[in-house]
Write a protein of this length. Structure first.
Ligand code: GLU
Length: 535
């Protein structure tokens, strides 16, 4: 079988939506599995919709996900402009391929399969309005083209004159009359569309000498020897035209196979997950944070603290069904196991809670030291940003002490989906509580609490081996010997250590903060409750 070649062909009109990343991912997986090539092509022929920075954003997003194109982007993450052995089809940016397309459009005119059209946009707007008033749709095709200004309706001389003297004309595809286009989609199977429902799409514009999406896309897929086109469902309505263009050029034999991916749906399943949904519903829809021209920032998975592995994994499963219960896949496993046949036809509903679950699973796979390093980096960033975490003295030392951070991490990681949650889950490990939850105090604080806490402390101070299981045993033995209630005693101790009733096991906390600090915390609680009785 010949080499499989697929492409991701985004238009740089803004940040890449997570659905776009999924399209890129499926293309990448398909190519890698087949030992083929994954190509990136920038489709920027619509200069009106061009957004500065979008191209760089797209490439950086893919790199963050671990998706590196074989062709189209160099090692520095730049779109390749000059052909080399590795990138034979450069330039990979359509605006720089401008010179290529006109002859293809003219070729179709020569074959009678396209024609020149001179109607101004005002003329067409007027017609549309007239049709609207009659409650009929206006279609530029065989039903109307003879009454419009084009090389089919006008005398040859006039066409010649207009071509030479005006510069606002276009080349339109001459949609065949009364034909059924039979198409095949790798995900959806057979599809049929009748050509009378379709219009004579513009292929090329004299005004900016640029092709439209349809022409550039077909010509480039042909020249770049693309074997499969895997793209979003929103391009399905263009498929009949694309089939007819391949036919018109006589390229049917090398025509790529098509696979249209279903949409990502909102969490409630009602409608497409749009670019605005993320900020509205409180989760990211973009891989990376994006700041628009107005200075508004949209959140990104990366900045929200997601691991790229988790993001890739969750995207892979939004529309692909592995056919087993398995949910966690590395990129290599996805490459091995992915198949277009198992891509689902229906829309894939996005579940933000499930997205967090994926991140939590990847977080748990990391070692405590790795996570502690990430925790330290997070603290440094927060410090640099001047945002959070007021600390000084001993706390400051602990926050940069990787051993201490590792111990803390091992205790809190089970409760976190993101490293950024560690601080709020563990702040009491660093900072002695100064306030105590009133409801918890009311419930557990009794007259004999000071004595109880002191005795518990005494039991700990005699320990040779200051480890959680020994600490636990000493606490329990002392509680039993004195006939105290286990729940009451442990919760009172927790109140001293944490200030409220959260956190991991009491003995674990004591092991991490140490005997001295435990003594200080007991004293602080007693002071606060007995107005200065002290230890
Ligand atoms: N430029 C199109 C886009 O922005 C490409 C569609 C296709 O893959 O054919 O999605």
């Amino acid at each position: 079988m010949k080499e499989r070649r697929v492409r991701f062909a985004p238009s740089p009109t803004g940040p890449l939506h997570m659905g776009g990343v999924r399209t890129a991912l499926y293309n990448y997986l398909y190519a890698k599995q087949a030992g083929g090539k994954f190509i990136l092509r920038i489709e920027d022929t619509d200069s009106q919709r061009f957004v500065p920075g979008a191209e760089e954003y797209i490439i950086e997003s893919l790199r963050w996900c671990g998706i590196f194109p074989d062709e189209g982007v160099d090692e520095n993450g730049k779109v390749v402009e000059k052909a080399t052995e590795k990138h034979p089809h450069a330039p990979y940016r359509q605006s720089q391929r401008k010179a290529i397309y006109r002859k293809y459009a003219e070729e179709l005119v020569g074959k009678g399969m396209a024609y020149y059209a001179f109607d101004s946009s005002e003329e067409l707007d007027r017609l549309r309005k007239e049709y609207e008033a009659k409650k009929e749709p206006f279609i530029y095709n065989h039903t109307t083209r003879k009454a419009l200004r084009n090389s089919i309706s006008l005398p040859e001389e006039e066409t010649k004159r207009l071509l030479e003297t005006t510069d606002n004309w276009v080349i339109r595809f001459r949609m065949p009359e009364n034909r059924t286009v039979k198409m095949n989609d790798l995900i959806r199977g057979e599809i049929e569309v009748h050509t009378d429902t379709l219009d004579d799409k513009v292929l090329w514009k004299r005004a900016d000498e640029l092709p439209t999406y349809h022409l550039a896309n077909i010509v480039d897929d042909h020249l770049m020897e693309i074997t499969e086109v895997i793209r979003g469902e929103e391009w399905l309505p263009s498929l009949p035209l694309h089939y007819l263009l391949y036919e018109a050029f006589g390229w049917q034999d090398s025509q790529p196979r098509f696979a249209h991916l279903s949409l990502l749906l909102k969490p409630d399943g009602k409608g497409k997950l749009s670019k605005r949904d993320g900020d509205r519903l409180g989760f990211p829809v973009f891989p990376l944070q994006w700041k628009n021209a107005e200075g508004e920032t949209s959140r990104g998975y990366r900045e929200d603290g997601y691991y790229p592995e988790a993001f890739v994994n969750l995207l892979a499963l939004l529309g692909w069904n592995p056919g087993t219960e398995k949910e966690l896949f590395t990129l290599d496993e996805l490459v091995r196991e992915f198949s277009l046949e198992r891509v689902v036809k229906s829309g894939a509903r996005f579940n933000p809670e499930k997205a967090k679950w994926f991140n939590q699973e990847y977080l748990r796979m990391k070692s405590d030291t790795e996570l502690a390093e990430e925790f330290r980096k997070y603290i440094e960033l927060e410090e640099a940003a001047g945002t959070a975490i007021g600390y000084s003295g001993k706390t400051r030392e602990q926050l940069t002490d990787i051993c201490f951070l590792t111990k803390v991490t091992s205790l809190v990681k089970e409760r976190a989906s993101f490293v950024k949650e560690f601080w709020h889950l563990s702040d009491y490990m660093f900072i002695r509580p100064a306030k105590f939850d009133e409801a918890v105090c009311r419930k557990f604080w009794k007259e004999d609490s000071p004595e109880m806490l002191k005795k518990l402390y005494d039991a700990l101070s005699g320990l040779q081996n200051f480890e959680a299981h020994e600490i636990e045993k000493a606490l329990k033995d002392t509680i039993a010997e004195n006939g105290w209630k286990m729940g009451v005693a442990m919760n009172t101790m927790r109140l001293a250590l944490v200030g409220e009733s959260k956190g991991p096991g009491v003995a674990e906390i004591i092991e991490v903060i140490g005997l001295e600090e435990t003594k200080e915390r007991i004293a602080t609680l007693i002071n606060s409750q007995t107005a200065g009785l002290g230890m």
